[in-house]
Design a protein around this ligand. Structure first.
Ligand code: CLR
Length: 361
């Protein structure tokens, strides 16, 4: 039945929420959703999931060859998916609607760097949502670049693209994510990982299944193709050798940030503090009052921007229209679109302190 997992009093508002998504395309974040589906966490915090497997991130530096390094990058990437896409189900019972970031909001724990090991990563992500067949379809825009400084001072570089996702289970009021289609990891050395995502009924028949094919550079002679298969939220193995490839059934490391009291007013947890408190404690009057205040202030900032004829200035990044790294490696998988924006991190304060291993990575 519709809304099986929805509290009785909120069924009506869940049904109208579903109707509004069905007849709406574009920005989901502006739709009013019933309280039971609200998350107390801002989308601004989500990049922290990339930091939760610091040991696998560091291990990229210990590779013995280009081939081995490409495998380690793939292993680390696959291992971050569980946190990115299933952790809210575990902690809150289902996927929830994150707080919608406002102009000027920041979350400090990022970019990711292990200076001792010479491994760093930078990226950006945005979403385009649509509705189809009872599910929300989310196309991710953006990509990440991982850089490894080798012992001889040379750099190896990886372009990482982001998977598409589908939000299922809406009808019952218990949304969850399934990854779909294909994403890629392309290395400067020419090794390419093609990662295919399937839900129930494909490959192993289980949900959250994936199959990754790691192919050698076109110029290489006789180097093998590797195939890895399994479930990204559990484990996978090398199909030919049977060897375990990744295993995330153990604990992960959560990113730690400074106490909220020490944050400045633009930092996500401080900015949304009372809204989060309201949502966590079931005081939805407080949550909605505070949310309205924050959103009105944001509207005013947008109006000021228009009136002054200026564009919002980024605090820590410089925006470039086309990313040469993306264009270079995008050719290996016929990237569509052939170019993407990039945001170049300025290493400017107060983030400079995170160049030290504060993220745990
Ligand atoms: C953001 C980038 C992260 C991975 C990630 C995980 C969950 C996604 C989120 C991204 C984007 C926003 C998202 C969310 C799940 C639900 C939420 C799609 C891609 C939408 C906007 C909320 C839908 C509302 C229903 C849950 C009712 O690295």
């Amino acid at each position: 039945t519709v809304g099986e997992a929805v509290p009785d009093a909120q069924r009506g508002s869940w049904t109208s929420f579903l109707k509004s998504i069905a007849s709406f395309s574009g920005d989901l974040s502006s739709l009013t959703a019933p309280p039971f589906i609200l998350s107390p966490v801002s989308l601004t915090e989500f990049p922290a999931y990339w930091c939760e497997r610091p040991e696998l991130f560091a291990a990229i530096a210990d590779a013995t060859s280009d081939e081995d390094r490409a495998k380690r990058v793939l292993r680390w990437f696959i291992s971050t998916l569980k946190g990115q896409y299933t952790s809210r189900n575990e902690s809150m019972g289902s996927e929830k609607k994150p707080l919608n970031p406002v102009l000027g909001e920041v979350f400090y724990a990022y970019y990711i760097c292990n200076p001792e090991k010479g491994v760093s990563l930078q990226g950006h992500s945005a979403q385009k949502t649509s509705f189809s067949g009872g599910s929300i379809i989310v196309k991710q825009i953006g990509h990440a670049t991982l850089t490894v400084t080798l012992p001889n001072g040379e750099k190896d570089e990886y372009l990482i693209t982001l998977p598409r996702l589908r939000i299922d289970g809406l009808w019952y009021g218990s949304p969850y994510i399934e990854l779909c289609e294909t994403s890629w990891i392309v290395s400067a050395s020419g090794w390419v990982s093609t990662i295919e995502y399937k839900g129930k009924g494909y490959f192993s028949g289980k949900s959250h299944s994936y199959k990754a094919t790691l192919t050698p550079p076109p110029s290489s002679r006789g180097l093998p193709t590797h195939i890895f298969e399994g479930t990204w939220h559990e484990k996978s193995k090398n199909v030919k050798t049977g060897e375990l490839f990744h295993d995330v059934t153990g604990p992960k490391e959560e990113v730690s940030v400074k106490p909220v009291e020490e944050m400045d007013e633009w930092e996500s947890r401080k900015l949304w503090g009372l809204v989060s408190k309201g949502i966590r404690e079931g005081d939805f009057e407080l949550a909605s009052r505070e949310k309205t205040r924050i959103e009105n202030e944001q509207r005013q900032r947008r109006r000021d921007e228009v009136a002054a004829g200026t564009k919002w200035e980024l605090k820590h990044f410089v925006h470039v229209d086309s990313d040469p790294t993306y264009e270079r490696y995008g050719k290996f998988f016929n990237a569509n679109p052939p170019t993407e924006d990039a945001y170049v991190f300025q290493h400017n304060p107060p983030l400079a302190e995170f160049d030290a291993p504060a993220t745990g990575a």
